[in-house]
Design a protein around this ligand. Structure first.
Ligand code: DP6
Length: 330
């Protein structure tokens, strides 16, 4: 590939949203490339944003990273700088960059920020280094930073296929954000950082006796979930989403060492959501690698669910989100 001429290097700023998975990503067949064990399906989350600026600068002797106004040197810096190495390799460039990034949601809210972080970084960095990547290649690139970031590149409702190689493992939009008026009520139960981050958790999936069973079940669940989204069939979406979240947490709990992310209050809320649905309310719940509960509802039932959730003792806050577009330059 032709070396990107230094004159083409220019500052670029991108915005991306986190996403919530209905069918989860848990475990890799290749940890270095983040090639997942299974496909996954998610929805991008409006209102929650990461904005990232990348400024290549020939005078720099190393990359620089500022997160939320704080200069970084540790693990976060290393992860970003390693990611920029991949971008530089593609662009055939040796120029370091200043990266400035901020979220509009609190880091302690337990919302996976690595998805929006690496989606915004992939788009901003690829533009800054004059790479004109099609959406699938951008999604693959974002995946190298954080697996779930691959799903924050395309719009709305998104599927990520596992693929056999780097280029084959990317996400695409299965429906635009306006296709279905869903809401995600993000029930914050704990604002402290999780003990085991996702990257370390993925490496333990293989140690669970339930993992092989989940890998075998996911392709069928992806078909059901995709159809449920295309047909706006809430009952089908609810059943498959809860089944996969439960199965992933069963894999986590039966790993060695065991990973327990859910608290008593998490389990209590999950039970309440099921009973509200039995009473005719279009709600379901899913939980990532933390205690907080994502309550997915049809918009018509969102307000009722929101006021019920806010009354539960121990709930610190409920953030309200809806399907959103993917990553974009600003
Ligand atoms: C439980 O994408 O955060 O939220 O690739 O190591 O950054 P890394 O992992 P990450 O894993 C997300 C795990 C999950 C399920 C999901 O979002 O699909």
């Amino acid at each position: 590939m032709a070396k990107s001429h230094p004159a083409n290097l220019k500052p670029a700023t991108a915005l991306a949203h986190p996403n919530i998975a209905f069918i989860k990503y848990w475990g890799n067949r290749d940890d270095a490339l983040r090639l997942p064990l299974t496909g996954s399906i998610s929805m991008n989350l409006s209102g929650l944003e990461t904005i990232t600026t990348v400024v290549p600068d020939r005078r720099l002797k190393a990359d620089r990273l500022t997160l939320g106004g704080v200069s970084q040197t540790g693990a976060a810096f290393e992860r970003v700088s390693r990611f920029l190495d991949q971008v530089r390799r593609l662009a055939n460039s040796v120029v370091f960059a200043r990266v400035t990034s901020a979220n509009n949601f609190p880091a302690g809210a337990g919302i996976a920020s690595s998805a929006s972080a690496f989606a915004a970084l992939a788009l901003a960095a690829s533009k800054a280094y004059a790479l004109d990547l099609p959406e699938a290649s951008l999604s693959s690139l974002a995946r190298l930073g954080s697996g779930s970031a691959s799903r924050s590149i395309p719009d709305g409702f998104v599927e990520w296929k596992p693929g056999e190689t780097h280029a084959e493992s990317y996400a695409w939009s299965i429906a635009p954000p306006e296709h279905w008026e869903l809401v995600d009520l993000i029930v914050i139960l704990d604002q402290t950082h999780k003990i085991t981050g996702s990257s370390d958790g993925h490496k333990l999936a293989h140690t669970s006796p339930l993992n092989a069973e989940r890998i075998a079940a996911v392709p069928g669940r992806l078909d059901v979930c995709r159809q449920a989204i295309l047909q706006c069939d809430f009952q089908a979406l609810a059943e498959v989403t809860e089944a996969d979240s439960e199965h992933m947490h069963a894999v986590m709990r039966t790993s060695t060492p065991s990973l327990i992310y859910q608290t008593k209050l998490t389990l209590d809320i999950l039970a309440q959501i099921k009973s509200w649905r039995d009473q005719g309310c279009a709600v379901c719940a899913t939980v990532d690698a933390g205690p907080n509960v994502h309550v997915i509802a049809e918009k018509k039932d969102g307000q009722k669910a929101l006021s019920r959730l806010r009354q539960i003792e121990g709930v610190l806050d409920v953030l309200v989100s809806a399907p959103s577009p993917g990553a974009r330059l600003i």
